[in-house]
Design a protein around this ligand. Structure first.
Ligand code: NDP
Length: 325
């Protein structure tokens, strides 16, 4: 038996129960993994509340790092004792001491990357990699708007944008978060609680607007984000921290100057072994070259995950958060 979080219904943080579960032996193509650390991500909130549906009872958690304990039939490239990590494609179930998981979604960890760092960065770091390097490949001198610049994704994006020579305009809700984003490399920071972010983006860009907006806030910022784009700009809507974007007319894109819109997810950018290894490899290289440091600003025991969710939803966290089984 192993300890794990299960939900039997969707709802608030209190629906997460810390229970004993049977893990069993890995089936064909699977391994049994003992987690040293587990990542906390906003997507876990969407599954807990039911915004993203899943069969119940179900597990939660999309990201972890640890050691392989057993290998199923047909697994190649991984062995008992390997240090590995994963994010996004293993299905929910990372909130556990041990789990079964497909070997297809694992990557081996370089010795220089700790379990804590891996659990904190795999999902958020690979997401920033595909957003800045693949969805809209950026070049030095570009200016972008990136919301929630002091969050897990945000502090990684601030550093990665700086490393690329990109002028990132970031939004945050407090002055403390503004200081964190600025220190991480975000060129301009807007407090969207006290300032009109559309007007500020126009001021900063001399009225031109930005060619790309990265919006993970959703409902509260979507229309304002479209207003920040220059003609033929790209709206990257990649999350819904304030709620899902309501349906809107396609003419909204035409009237603002032939805008583009994409709604990407990490799974599509790491769907093959080559794509996963390339995306993770780029992230590891950024960390190993010290262009990127992972700020683990919160740690919770796995059994205290309800508090972790309340803090994340309550906008009390900054940078990345891990759970320790
Ligand atoms: P964060 O650490 O960024 O936490 C979310 C932040 O969103 C908060 O800290 C808060 O920052 C801001 N926010 C704005 N409005 C609200 C609100 N109403 N309720 C709560 N938070 C709000 O989380 P992550 O780094 O884990 O994820 C960031 C976003 O990226 C999420 O929307 C997530 O779903 C998305 N994502 C998408 C992926 C994809 O591939 N599509 C992959 C990974 C993440 P502030 O107080 O400064 O406003």
């Amino acid at each position: 038996m192993t300890k794990a979080i299960r939900i039997f219904k969707t709802g608030g943080p209190e629906v997460m129960e810390y229970v004993d579960v049977e893990v069993g032996d890995p089936g064909p193509g699977e391994v049994r993994l003992r987690h040293a650390a587990v990542g906390l991500n906003f997507i876990d909130v969407y599954f807990r509340t039911g915004l993203y549906p899943q069969p119940l009872p179900g597990g939660l958690g999309q990201e972890g790092a640890g050691t392989i304990e057993a290998v199923g039939a047909g697994v190649t490239g991984f062995a008992v004792g390997d240090r590995v990590a994963y994010a996004g494609r293993g299905g929910n179930g990372a909130y556990a001491e041990e789990r079964l998981i497909s070997a297809d979604v694992l990557v081996k960890l370089p010795d220089s990357i700790s379990f804590d760092t891996a659990a904190a960065m795999m999902l958020q770091g690979m997401t920033v990699q595909y957003l800045l390097r693949q969805t809209t490949p950026l070049k030095s001198g570009d200016t972008i708007l990136f919301h929630a610049a002091a969050g897990g994704i945000g502090l990684i994006a601030s550093q990665w944008a700086k490393a690329l020579g990109v002028n990132m305009i970031g939004t945050v809700s407090t002055e403390e978060k503004a200081a964190l984003a600025k220190a991480a490399g975000c060129a301009h920071v807007i407090n969207y609680k006290t300032e009109n972010f559309v007007e500020r983006v126009k001021e900063i860009t001399g009225g031109k607007g930005v060619p790309v907006v990265y919006d993970s806030i959703g409902k509260d910022t979507f229309t304002g984000s479209l207003d920040c784009l220059s003609p033929r700009g790209m709206m990257v809507s990649f999350g819904n921290a304030s709620g899902p974007v309501p349906p809107f007319g396609m003419s909204e894109l035409a009237s603002r100057g032939s805008l583009y819109l994409t709604r990407p997810s990490l799974g599509a950018y790491t769907a093959t072994r080559d794509a996963l290894d390339a995306t993770a490899g780029d992230l590891f290289a950024m960390v190993q070259s010290k262009k990127l440091s992972i700020d683990i600003n919160q740690r919770y025991a796995l059994k205290d995950v309800a508090q972790a969710h309340a803090d994340l939803e309550g906008r009390k966290t900054t940078g990345s958060t891990i759970l320790i089984p």
